[in-house]
Design a protein around this ligand. Structure first.
Ligand code: AMP
Length: 267
């Protein structure tokens, strides 16, 4: 596996056949591995990016504390079949004078967007930049971040990008907690409390989920009309903010239609 740090070196890397891109912020876990595996399964070249994108963090969020372990991430990526790991620094992607942003207006302002103003502007912009730099045929995202998937798919359609968006199911620990780099912040007691989130969502009913989460610091619990529809929630456990969602039933007619759209095809 090759580690590259500049846009120039990534563009110069030999490419023969299809390219799969997996954008990440590092601190790899089994969720990231599932994305790498999916990309490995259907592309000739697998490129993963490791970049803790400052533009998607709010002023009072955990940018400085976000877990970073590049050495371990390099090992995990290599083991999981990544060919090129792109690890730029912030100046490489946001040089001085940077001032162009992508705003997915409605989808990006609800739920997560309401509680994290500017978050999806940062996400959409970095994804578009990574798509332009790596020029992938397919890009891989986790269902864990369902709204991110919806925002990226919308941007791909609205801006006529030629990348297929692949969505990989949420990987969970045995106890049901969705894997997340931020789980590393949780104390054992907080982790136990955090299990309320997947248990509440497993009801697949907004009112029941809300009742189960009663007493926790809840940002939202809502049915979101993404494709597919999900019950999504965000809660704070101590200082850690966790998000999760479950897919609600896809009506038969809709699933037949979903299957025809390359950007809605499940992996
Ligand atoms: P992150 O490094 O947290 O930005 O995540 C990089 C990619 O991995 C995103 O597309 C996430 O949706 C995906 N991802 C994160 N956690 C999981 C998980 N538990 N299961 C599946 N995909 C995940």
């Amino acid at each position: 596996m090759k580690v590259v740090r500049t846009i120039h070196d990534l563009r110069e890397h030999p490419r023969d056949g299809t390219v799969g891109l997996v954008p990440t912020m590092g601190a790899f876990h089994e969720g990231h591995r599932a994305l790498f595996g999916a990309a490995r399964g259907e592309n000739d070249l697998v490129v993963a990016s490791l970049f803790v994108n400052p533009a998607q963090f709010g002023a009072n969020e955990d940018l400085a504390a976000y877990p970073r372990d590049e050495e371990r991430d390099v090992r995990v990526a290599e083991e999981t079949g990544v060919d090129v790991l792109f690890v730029p620094d912030a100046n490489e992607l946001y040089p001085s004078g940077f001032q162009t942003w992508v705003e997915v207006e409605d989808l990006g302002s609800r739920l997560e967007g309401e509680h994290r103003p500017g978050h999806f502007r940062g996400v959409a912009t970095i994804c578009l930049k990574l798509f332009n730099i790596a020029r992938p045929d397919r890009a891989y995202f986790g269902q864990k971040d369902a709204q991110q998937v919806a925002v990226v798919k919308r941007m791909v359609r609205d801006l006529d990008l030629e990348v297929q968006i692949r969505v990989v199911p949420t990987v969970r620990d045995a106890d049901g907690l969705a894997l997340s780099s931020r789980n590393a912040y949780l104390s054992p007691e907080e982790r136990e409390l955090a299990l309320t989130l997947p248990r509440a969502l497993a009801t697949k009913d907004a009112a029941q989920a809300r009742a189960r989460l009663n007493g926790l610091d809840v940002d939202y619990v809502e049915v979101a009309d993404f494709e597919p529809r999900v019950l999504a929630a965000a809660v704070r456990v101590g200082k850690t903010r966790l998000i999760d969602n479950v897919i609600l039933e896809v009506p038969c007619q809709a699933s037949a239609w979903l299957g025809r759209d390359q950007n809605k095809e499940p992996v």
